[in-house]
Design a protein. Structure first.
Length: 186
């Protein structure tokens, strides 16, 4: 009967510490801060979906019913990524180690989407307004870029962003090494 029960898996404290750091940085600490002098607007990582939907919220903060729904939805995705990172602690399968890569992958995807979203022109030129309309749209985009450059100097990565980047990188390396060194079949 003892042969049926697999031996207890030794807990890897580095994975546990890294997962705890990711959870704290994503849910409790500020990832981005907009410093407007008299006002500081803080975004936690789970608020980033609001920023993707409405880039102007970098100046106003995450607020309203849609921001709450975004926070719940993306917070659930974040929680699932954190749970995936715990997979090697509950499973002996080789593929479980790849769960440790999930938080880093989520941050990389979000970073790429944010970069793409925030680097787009504010006004699209469809060509339907003729030469004068195109010139006005180019002027408006140029003005928006200048204002955006002033604003971006006021946006800073918070302590949560730095901690999350470090912890997810450690988890990803740990997961890839664990997958590579595992003798169990995939």
């Amino acid at each position: 009967m003892n042969a049926i029960i697999p031996p207890a898996r030794r807990l890897d404290w580095t994975v546990l510490v890294a997962v705890a750091c990711v959870a704290c940085s994503w849910f409790l600490m500020s990832s981005l801060t907009t410093d407007l002098g008299f006002l500081q607007i803080q975004f936690r990582f789970y608020n980033v979906l609001t920023l993707m939907h409405a880039p102007r919220s970098i100046l106003t903060g995450p607020g309203g019913d849609s921001a709450q729904l975004d926070a719940w939805l993306f917070g659930t995705v974040c929680a699932l990524a954190i749970l995936a990172a715990l997979a090697p602690l509950v499973s002996r399968r080789r593929i479980a180690w790849l769960g440790c890569v999930a938080p880093f992958a989520l941050m990389a995807i979000v970073g790429a989407i944010l970069y793409h979203t925030l680097s787009q022109d504010l006004f699209a030129d469809t060509g339907s307004m003729g030469d004068t309309g195109s010139q006005i749209i180019r002027f408006a985009n140029s003005l928006a870029d200048k204002v955006g450059n002033v604003v971006t100097r006021q946006v800073h990565v918070g302590a949560g962003g730095y901690l999350a980047l470090a912890a997810t990188a450690v988890l990803a390396v740990k997961g890839l090494l664990g997958y590579h060194n595992s003798t169990d079949s995939p």
